[in-house]
Design a protein around this ligand. Structure first.
Ligand code: ZN
Length: 441
């Protein structure tokens, strides 16, 4: 253990600190110290200033919070942003997205699309994201180089996918990736069976066995629409979540994405197995998929995280905006203005996301010993005045342009709104070149 009297690498002096844990706390006149990439100190300003530090940084008018966790997305699909809009889910998937993927998705597509997605997310205060897409080894390389934290999932479907002829090959690649990244400080590999209607029982069995052996997460779209549940009932006489429970997939490692359809039995299963739900409100709204009953889940004790979904169905990776949508929508769905208040909304976008991805020992809140994954939000704008409660101002009155600084593991990825590791012009050129190619086809 480092000596507590060793100098801090960096001492941050913001106007407010919201640690998220303990819940509902706003610290004023406090400072956060970083040593060896970890939070070494959270203390009153005067006390903190007595400790030697290599660098001290005043952050006037800024709120320091844990980095945002985007718990569901398809990063490389950013290159399909706006390709097909205003369509129902199955038409969008079957007539537009799947054919475009068959035609365009390659290692280069995933490399460039993932880089674009990560850059957009870091600029919006995201320090950890989950990715469900093809060529996971390429996505993990990009995530590694970017400095962000990621959960990369191994795609499992009944049909061939880009990069794998069948499930055997996809799992073989996935297991190699798992072994390569087993000790990676920022990247975790999980299984990503696409959805109950695209993955057979025998494949799900294999995922279950491997996930148990490797203690890995299982990340899956579940109950995205009423149609999905209805079709499963007609074909198999069983709701999809009940089928997953019967196959043994549910557990604390299980991450159920969407869950717009929840009956009493579904809720009991989620509670009993301590599984997480990942709410993607804007994707659900845009595809008219339905509404996840966030407040009901929360009150029952289910861990609810939030995700943007892919940029092809959202159309941005703005987790702060998504959180605002979630806070507003939860009230409408619950019929109660007290549902998902601003502090709980921020918790959903940070600690709950980390918990869903199984990385809450490492990040998600500002506690001594955790990785210094932080965002400084500037609440000094006209539209944010006056500031009575900075968390209310952040959730209800701020856009992602207020994200000024982002650190992951104490390393600055965004300085004064500028990406430190990415040439933005080069990224823009590549994204435009893909757009021209795809649009011209
Ligand atoms: Zn999705």
């Amino acid at each position: 253990m480092p000596s507590t009297t060793a100098p801090l690498d960096l001492l941050l002096l913001p106007e407010w600190i919201v640690p998220v844990e303990p819940a509902g706390v706003v610290l004023r006149g406090h400072a956060l110290g970083i040593r060896d990439g970890r939070i070494a100190l959270l203390a009153p300003r005067q006390q903190a200033l007595a400790i030697p530090a290599r660098e001290r940084r005043e952050l006037p008018g800024m709120l320091l919070a844990p980095g945002l966790v985007n718990a569901h997305g398809h990063a490389a699909m950013s290159l399909f942003r706006g390709l097909a809009d205003d369509l129902p889910l199955m038409t969008w998937l079957q007539e537009h997205i799947w054919p475009a993927e068959a035609k365009w998705v390659s290692e280069d597509f995933v490399r460039d699309g993932t880089a674009l997605a990560i850059a957009e997310q870091v600029k919006g205060g995201v320090t950890a994201f989950s990715d469900m897409y093809f060529f996971p080894q390429i996505a993990s390389e990009v995530a590694h180089g970017s400095g962000v934290r990621a959960q990369i999932t191994i795609p499992v479907l009944n049909f061939p996918v880009p990069g794998a002829h069948d499930t055997d090959e996809a799992l073989r690649h996935g297991l190699e990736l798992f072994s390569d990244l087993r000790h990676h400080p920022r990247i975790k590999v999980a299984f990503g069976p696409h959805a109950p209607y695209t993955v057979s029982d025998d494949r799900l069995e294999r995922v279950r066995v491997l996930a148990e052996q490797l203690d890995a997460g299982i990340h899956m779209h579940v109950h995205e629409t009423a149609h999905e549940v209805q079709q499963a009932l007609e074909q198999h006489g069983e709701r999809p979540l009940a089928r997953l429970a019967r196959l043994g997939l549910l557990g604390p490692r299980f991450q159920a994405v969407h869950m717009t359809q929840i009956d009493d039995h579904d809720l009991a299963l989620l509670v009993q197995h301590n599984s997480s739900v990942i709410h993607c409100p804007e994707s659900n709204l845009k595809l008219a998929s339905g509404f996840c009953p966030v407040e009901r889940l929360w009150q029952a004790g289910v861990n609810v995280a939030i995700g943007t979904d892919g940029a092809a169905s959202n159309n941005d990776l703005d987790l702060l905006g998504e959180t605002r949508t979630a806070a507003l929508l939860a009230k409408a769905v619950a019929g109660s203005a007290t549902a998902l208040d601003a502090h709980r909304a921020l918790r959903m976008a940070t600690l709950n996301g980390a918990r869903a991805l199984g990385i809450d020992d490492e990040c998600g809140s500002l506690e001594a010993g955790k990785s210094a994954d932080l965002v400084a939000f500037d609440l000094g704008g006209l539209a944010q005045q006056p500031v009575y409660d900075p968390v209310s101002q952040l959730i209800y009155a701020s856009g992602r342009d207020c994200v000024k600084h982002v650190w992951v593991g104490g390393k600055a990825l965004l300085e004064d709104g500028r990406l430190t590791r990415v040439d933005e012009d080069e990224l823009l050129d590549k994204a435009r070149a893909w757009g021209t190619k795809i649009a011209g086809a």
